[in-house]
Ligand binder design. Structure first.
Ligand code: 62N
Length: 838
């Protein structure tokens, strides 16, 4: 091809597989010094892991930047269909070590720091967790965007930039104390503020109708109090593939006129108060993982997220296509993480009609072909409802639109089931009663083309129970997407020794294709492999002890020979931490009776936060700590049994815990845990599950085989069949062990100086109306725990089970989950990133 010498040659685009160790050690040293000394103004004599961590993070961030821009450009040039993951929570945890792993620079950077006399582990652990979520739902969003980047899918995560994340938990006198989590206090090097992409969000005011010059009815929303949404972007790198996607979090800021109007009128204090009201919207994450109904601020947060994100997507669209929305639905797909952002359905209608002039039918087709909804719970108390009066006051135009969506829906249902007013009452978006409420799940189902549950059983129960009427009407909308976790964070990064052994044995393709772990199966029969596996597990247990040592003196008589029995998750009655404690008390009782010789030592580790307003959950924490206190300080038992409450359970804590767990407690009442994802992290790291037939446990057992899983408890059907004639007292009467346990509890053995402290807890499990039927599963749980102990005595056998659990955890990668979302819902084309060659 002839070339023109006078033209500056354009770089040729090439698709590159990035070199794994692209930057040399010496380069890292130089860059690092640059930031540490010059930018942060610290001298080399001054040793601060925090500032060294900051400097290193800046180096890594710079490194991501080129890839980020190239990714952006690739998506733009290809004009590809895109996905938007809308979530009120992204529980990201720490970023530095994950970014190094995904860039493939961990070894070089570790060496570089070592040469400077710095232990990288100290820098890594000086980073604050980004705790912008409660539990499983928020962490799932974080794992999802990791997998989207690794699969090179053009997906943006949209969420809120809470100034205060999940509270920090401390335990004082056995009780949970909450401290605010001001995670941004020292800044956040991973985010970039993008003022140029700000949007204006309306609240309050009123909705008006007028007729335009063409005689067409137009709606506007006027006299509003507006708040600005400012985006902060965080890079989300894929695993060594040159893709860097974006997590865009919105911050609420007062508008200019907010201040000026009243300020000029001399109302200085009012002006400042109004500013604070506006900026409160993204001040704090609601720390409730079950229900948060009726709170004005929470609804403001939800609308703020939905409106800012949709305006952002639409602004991008009109920038390219003007007001032509013909192909908008072909090019966009929104995934709603639970009902929390589902006001987006009404907001998209509003934006398309009121701002871009589309008619109802056109706008509705776009909405119901772009929105997809994921449900995460079957608990009726967790289903979101908003009072109509609140919505009319706060979002009047959206309430109009919801009423109209409902009117259209009601006529569709009337045509399908003529004359059935009962079905209309049940399915309506509006719940009638002394106070009308908007049922957000109904809005989400009606406005979406896809409705999915998060594990097989959960989806079945949605179809047959909670949403059965909708399933009868629209069976094609319903589908299952069993959850997963990202193997980068939850194996490669948190358990480097095990990861190395696996890679040495089967190669490293498991990191992006977790089904490869199956190749470990034959090694379960290899004695020398088992020995190495065991040594790694024992050393992880030792690290866990060391990590907790400075915090807790109960640790002193803890041995790595003990079974590390782990239950970490939010504290909730349905998760039945209480059942775990009943077993602990049973063991204590056995040891006190003198049967100490043939018992295997056990260390029971329980961690989790209770919602600050959830009385019973807080009592459970107190009970765990009181039982721990009695057992750990009793020299006749504490060499065989230790109980530890792990304070301030969070993402970075789980990264240390999961490698050291032998036994994974997944003991919820069957039918109540939608999926569970902690179960998957623990399995992946070689823990064996003791669990009920609930959520993803069922699929874990299917994958690993019954012989490598400790099953107990009633099935969901048996639980439901028992309701109405459940008799816990009769069960206690027939079980001597249980009588002893109840006696210890009721005699105040664990609350000698705090009389009747646990009465309400005890009464709740003795009640025939106990929805969680804890007593019903006691015997079978104790028997399963006995099988655990017997199995643990045979070390070879246990290690074999441990290997087989890891080997069969391949299904539980979010890469598999996201591939299914993409194949069946999003239908995005992977976009290999074009890097301009240097
Ligand atoms: C979990 F609206 N849900 C499930 F504010 N919810 O319990 C678990 F009240 O079984 C799943 O594995 C996991 O989702 C992922 O699918 C969950 O974590 C919340 O955190 C939550 C937060 C806020 C609310 C309700 C629920 C609110």
């Amino acid at each position: 091809m002839p070339t023109n010498q006078f033209l500056i040659s354009q770089p040729t685009p090439t698709i590159t597989q990035l070199p794994k160790q692209g930057v040399k050690k010496q380069d890292f040293i130089n860059y690092f010094k640059q930031y540490y000394v010059h930018l942060l103004g610290r001298d080399e004599g001054h040793q601060s892991p925090f500032y060294a961590g900051e400097a290193l993070s800046m180096v890594i961030r710079d490194h991501l930047m080129e890839h980020w821009k190239a990714t952006h450009k690739t998506y733009k040039n290809n004009d590809c269909r895109r996905g938007y993951y809308l979530s009120m929570e992204f529980l990201m945890g720490r970023t530095l070590s994950n970014a190094m792993l995904n860039l493939g620079v961990t070894d070089n950077v570790t060496q570089a720091m070592y040469d400077l006399g710095i232990a990288i582990e100290e820098l890594i652990s000086s980073e604050e967790d980004a705790g912008l979520g409660n539990g499983g739902l928020g962490r799932l969003a974080a794992c999802f965007i990791d997998s989207c980047a690794t699969l090179q899918l053009p997906v943006i995560g949209y969420g809120l930039r809470y100034e205060y994340g999940m509270f920090t938990q401390t335990i004082v006198n056995g009780e949970q104390i909450e401290k605010p989590d001001h995670w941004l206090r020292y800044g956040n090097v991973w985010e970039i503020e993008r003022l140029e992409y700000s949007h204006r969000i309306k609240f309050g005011g009123r909705s008006t109708v007028w007729t335009d010059a063409n005689g067409k009815q137009q709606f506007s929303w006027v006299d509003t109090h507006d708040v600005l949404a400012i985006p902060f972007d965080t890079p989300i790198p894929g695993y060594q593939n040159g893709t860097v996607n974006t997590l865009r979090l919105w911050k609420a800021v007062a508008t200019e006129e907010f201040n000026l109007d009243e300020f000029n009128a001399g109302d200085y204090a009012e002006a400042v108060a109004a500013k604070i009201t506006a900026e409160n919207i993204t001040m704090v994450l609601y720390p409730n993982d079950a229900n948060e109904n009726g709170k004005t601020l929470r609804l403001q947060q939800q609308y703020f997220l939905a409106s800012a994100s949709l305006q952002d997507v639409i602004a991008h669209w009109t920038g390219l296509h003007g007001n032509d929305f013909t192909h908008f639905a072909e090019k966009s797909c929104f995934q709603l993480n639970d009902t929390h952002p589902s006001i987006a359905i009404a907001e998209l209608m509003r934006l398309l009609m009121d701002l871009h002039g589309l008619g109802w039918d056109e706008a509705w087709i776009i909405t119901k072909t772009t929105m997809a909804y994921t449900n995460h719970t079957l608990l009726p108390e967790a289903l979101e409802k908003w009072p109509v009066t609140l919505m009319q006051r706060l979002l009047p135009r959206l309430m109009d639109i919801i009423f109209e969506i409902n009117a259209h829906f009601i006529s569709e249902v009337s045509a399908y089931w003529p004359g059935d007013s009962e079905v209309l009452r049940k399915m309506s978006i509006i719940e009638e009663g002394h106070q009308q409420q908007v049922r957000m799940a109904h809005l989400a189902i009606i406005g979406s083309f896809s409705v999915n549950g998060v594990a097989k059983l959960h989806t079945q129960l949605l179809q047959q129970g909670l949403f059965s009427d909708f399933y009868a009407l629209w069976p094609h909308k319903f589908n299952n997407k069993t959850n997963g976790v990202t193997p980068r964070r939850w194996l490669a990064s948190c358990n480097p020794k095990l990861a190395s052994l696996i890679t040495e044995t089967i190669g490293d393709s498991w990191i992006t294709d977790l089904s490869q772990l199956k190749k470990l199966e034959p090694f379960a029969d290899d004695a020398s492999f088992r020995e190495r596996w065991y040594a790694i597990k024992q050393s992880a247990k030792q690290s866990l002890i060391d990590f907790k040592k400075n915090k807790n003196d109960a640790i002193s008589h803890l041995s790595v020979e003990a079974i590390f029995d782990v239950q970490v998750k939010r504290i909730h009655e349905y998760k039945r931490q209480f059942l775990n404690i009943l077993h602990v008390i049973h063991l204590y009782n056995c040891l006190k009776k003198g049967d100490t010789n043939d018992r295997v030592a056990r260390c029971v580790l329980i961690g989790g936060k209770a919602a600050p307003g959830y009385r019973m959950a807080k009592k459970i924490i107190k009970l765990i700590n009181n039982v721990a206190q009695v057992i750990n300080s009793d020299p006749t038992v504490n060499h065989k049994l230790t109980v530890l409450f792990l304070e301030d359970y969070r993402v970075s804590a789980m990264e240390k815990i999961c490698s050291g767990a032998d036994l994974s407690e997944q003991i919820s009442t069957a039918g109540k845990e939608a999926s569970g994802t902690g179960n998957m992290k623990l399995m992946m790291n070689g823990a064996i599950t003791i669990g009920t037939l609930d959520g993803a446990n069922i699929e874990i057992r299917e994958e690993v085989g019954d012989e490598n899983f400790f099953l107990f408890g009633l099935t969901e059907e048996q639980i439901e069949a028992k309701r109405g004639h459940y008799n816990p007292i009769a069960i206690i009467d027939q079980d001597e062990d249980l009588q002893h346990v109840m006696h210890l509890l009721e005699s105040g053995h664990f609350n000698q100086f705090e009389p009747s402290l646990f009465d309400d807890l005890i009464n709740s499990i003795k009640s025939p109306h106990d929805p969680w039927m804890t007593i019903a599963d006691f015997r079978s749980y104790i028997d399963a725990q006995q099988r655990v102990e017997d199995a643990y005595r045979n070390k070879d056998h246990w290690v074999k089970m441990s290997i087989l659990n890891c080997a069969n955890s391949g299904k539980f990668s979010t890469d598999r989950t996201i591939s299914e979302y993409n194949r069946e819902i999003w239908k995005l084309t992977p976009q290999p990133v074009v890097h301009e060659s240097l």
